[in-house]
Design a protein around this ligand. Structure first.
Ligand code: PLP
Length: 743
């Protein structure tokens, strides 16, 4: 059974809040008692807008804080569209009422960004500004400081609102406020009012204060005090406007918390008939409240027209009747909009629900899949470490040289799509892969940057290169001819052989290379070579690298003399960046170093201050058992217990990429921060380890195969060394069935 959090209290209160807003704009009790009307519209109903802001805080701002700028822009776009729609809707009324006459540019700015294009529409720019401010505050400040900042803004806002009378007494301050009022007519806007309530919404959702008695008491006391505050301010005629009170945030906190405790967290599979009916009703209420907010000023006009036309004076003379008429009309039209306009609304509602459900489902299945896989064996990809390595490598190179990360072989086992997406977030826009399939996969999964295929692609697959906008390496002259014969424009980088003798046109074959440049259907975007001993810093290695570099740059110079400015040249891979950072180039094709390790344990140790390992490999302990003295374990009974001992079976094997060479004590894993040596032969999907001496090991716990546990660490290089290879091979052979989790 799934826990579905419901917000019934919040959802229902939206309608109440909408009714409050209508009251603010119609003054229901004005015919009866000025004091009563003041209480209703200037005190009680003042909770409405902060309430809406807090909902936005909880459900939007919190998301932006967590998920970053993407979410922010989506919200801004959506709200902007809504604002635009509202503006269009009220344009005729505004024009008729003369709102837009003699507008200067400054007035337009004020209207658009602060006051709203119609009197109630200020809420939309306020939300946008507020959410953006909260987001940017979060970039530079922690939560506490953000709060202080928001409180400060609110205080400044108070000075221009309910407490303006006090400000007016202070000479220079009054001038500053006056200047401000050229920019906005009120301080209850996105700058001064919204941020605090948005943050308060985030905070209220997170706070654990749930005792309803305390909340009721808090609400009662603070609301009484706020009422007192409002009437005092009114008596002394300090108010310029009356949207903000000192105690309003306190009242709102308690009110919001109470509403939150009303949303019961339901146990259920979410398919119950009753529940889905209620859900739908709540969804209607939520949408209807938004419509009421947007439409009610038009309904005020409509009621006036009806009253005048039908000569129903009561509608205008009795404020309460007027209010009720506006409210009922607004509700009717709003519910009509939500319920009866299937093409305009319901489909969209359905679609958005579907969208949400799909998203939810995706999240849930992701969670479940993670849960399933984390239940067996999985890889953790450390996002921070990856970002750190990117920054370090980038810093080592001149500014003009960009990284072109090698995400071949499933990003050295880390998960190519996962890694590439993470890299795109930090501004990487070029990648290299080994083969066309890897490129197609990245492209279809949404990677936008340039993707260079470093290896050979068979002519039967040239169409994929073209279809998915990939860039192909020219592996030699005859291959260039084949590419050209395909007859469609192909983007290529020419591989140049400067001494590795693997692929590439030989660097001394200037004529061939010029020929390739001239080929009709080839767009030569780059020229590169690969260093084959840049990891070896002895005399022979250095000389060889120097010769390779010289051959390459000589070629580039010759090309220039022939009038070919090479668009992008690249020569370094990881070791090149570390050992020869000064070699000029437009790209560096970094692979292994990006993942925070180097080929050998010694190299990795030498750079351990600068590079952080990105990957951890973990597996679940499937069973713990006793092996009695003299008993043997595993295939080939390679291990025999010398005394009674505890062993654990792990749910990971060589099919997951763990070298079988670690069998029989060659390797170990970490459990509870202690080494547990492998006993017997590693199987395809399972293995056993000796856990004697490790306290309290239980089935279901995790074992670390690569990474940290307590103070201990097993690195990829340890495993590489134990199995006689380099870290690159271990990483690139990580099993396809391991779940990759970004942390
Ligand atoms: C794999 C590869 C790289 C990346 O190498 P690292 O040593 O892992 O940085 C760069 N260039 C070419 C041609 C490659 O094949």
């Amino acid at each position: 059974m799934r826990q579905t959090k419901r917000y019934d209290g919040l959802d229902r209160f939206r309608l109440v809040a909408a009714a409050f807003v209508v009251a603010i704009h119609t003054s229901p009790l004005a015919s009866f008692s000025e004091g009563a009307d003041f209480f209703l519209t200037r005190v009680l109903a003042r909770v409405a807008v902060p309430f809406f802001l807090m909902v936005t805080g909880q459900f939007v701002a919190a998301g932006c804080l967590q998920h970053g700028a993407g979410r922010l822009f989506r919200y801004l776009k959506k709200t902007f569209l809504l604002y635009g729609m509202g503006t269009l809707l009220y344009l005729p009324i505004g024009i008729y009422a003369g709102h837009y006459e003699k507008l200067r540019l400054a007035d337009m700015v004020r209207m658009l960004f602060f006051d709203g294009t119609f009197y109630h529409l200020w809420y939309f720019p306020a939300c946008m500004t507020g959410v953006a401010i909260v987001y940017f505050m979060s970039r530079i400040r922690n939560r506490k400081q953000m709060f202080l900042l928001a409180v400060l803004l609110y205080m400044i806002g108070l000075g221009g609102d309910s407490y303006y009378g006090l400000i007016e007494m202070v000479p220079y301050l009054a001038d500053i406020y006056e200047a401000g009022f050229c920019l906005f007519s009120y301080t209850r806007n996105g700058i001064f009012m919204a941020p605090l309530f948005l943050l308060l919404g985030v905070q209220a959702a997170e706070s654990r204060m749930n005792d309803r008695r305390i909340l009721w008491a808090g609400l009662g006391i603070s609301f009484l005090a706020m009422t007192e505050e409002a009437f005092l301010l009114r008596t002394f005629e300090l108010q310029r406007h009356d949207s903000m009170y000192l105690l309003l945030p306190v009242v709102m906190f308690f009110l919001y918390k109470l509403l939150l405790t009303h949303g019961t967290s339901m146990e259920g599979d979410g398919t119950g008939r009753e529940e889905s009916r209620r859900k739908r009703w709540t969804a209607y209420a939520v949408s209807a409240s938004a419509w009421i907010y947007i439409l009610h000023p038009a309904m005020i006009v409509a009621v006036r027209v009806i009253a005048k036309a039908g000569k129903v004076n009561l509608l205008l003379e009795n404020s309460l009747v007027h209010y009720l008429a506006v409210l009922v009309l607004s509700c009717m039209i709003s519910f009509f909009m939500v319920l009866m306009l299937p093409t305009l609304y319901k489909n969209k509602y359905k679609r958005s629900c579907l969208h949400i459900n799909k998203k939810k489902e995706k999240r849930i299945t992701q969670n479940q899949e993670t849960a399933v896989c984390c239940g067996r064996a999985w890889l953790e990809v450390d996002r921070k470490a990856l970002h750190h390595n990117v920054r370090f490598l980038q810093k080592r190179l001149p500014d003009s040289c960009k990284l072109m990360p090698a995400v071949k072989a499933d990003a050295y086992g880390h998960g190519d799509v996962l890694v590439a997406k993470e890299l795109e977030k930090v501004g990487i826009d070029a990648f290299c892969v080994a083969c066309v399939q890897e490129g197609v996969k990245l492209r279809t999964q949404g990677i936008k940057g340039m993707i260079l295929i470093l290896g050979y692609t068979h002519p039967s697959q040239f169409f994929l290169i073209e279809k998915y906008h990939l860039t192909q390496t020219v592996v030699d002259y005859s291959y260039a001819c084949q590419l050209n014969d395909y007859g469609k424009l192909m983007h290529v980088h020419i591989g140049v052989d400067t001494g590795m003798h693997r692929i590439g046109v030989r660097s001394e074959q200037l004529e061939q290379i010029l020929d390739i440049y001239r080929m009709e259907h080839l767009a030569v975007d780059g020229l590169f070579t690969h260093l084959c001993v840049s990891d070896t810093m002895n005399v022979r290695g250095k000389n060889y690298t120097a010769a390779q570099a010289e051959a390459f740059y000589h070629l580039v110079r010759q090309m220039k003399e022939h009038g070919y400015e090479c668009s992008a040249i690249h020569i370094q891979a990881s070791y090149g960046v570390l050992n020869y950072p000064k070699l000029p180039g437009d790209y560096a094709r970094v692979g292994i170093a990006l993942y925070g390790v180097l080929s050998t344990k010694e190299d990795t140790a030498a750079w351990s201050n600068d590079l952080k390992p990105v990957l951890s490999l973990k597996a679940r302990i499937a069973a713990v058992k006793t092996l009695y003295e003299g008993e043997s374990a595993g295939y080939g009974i390679q291990y025999t217990a010398k005394q009674n001992m505890q062993i654990a079976t792990l749910s990971i094997g060589y099919a997951d990429g763990l070298p079988r060479a670690l069998s029989c004590g060659a390797g170990s894993v970490l459990i509870h921060g202690c080494l547990a040596p492998v006993i017997g032969r590693i199987c395809m999907d399972q293995m056993t380890v000796d856990i004697s001496g490790i306290e309290n090991v239980q089935a279901g716990e995790e074992a670390v195969l690569i990474g940290h546990s307590g103070a201990m660490e097993i690195s990829v290089c340890d495993i590489a060394k134990q199995s006689g290879t380099i870290a690159n091979e271990i990483l690139s052979r990580m099993g396809a069935r391991l779940e990759r989790v970004l942390i």
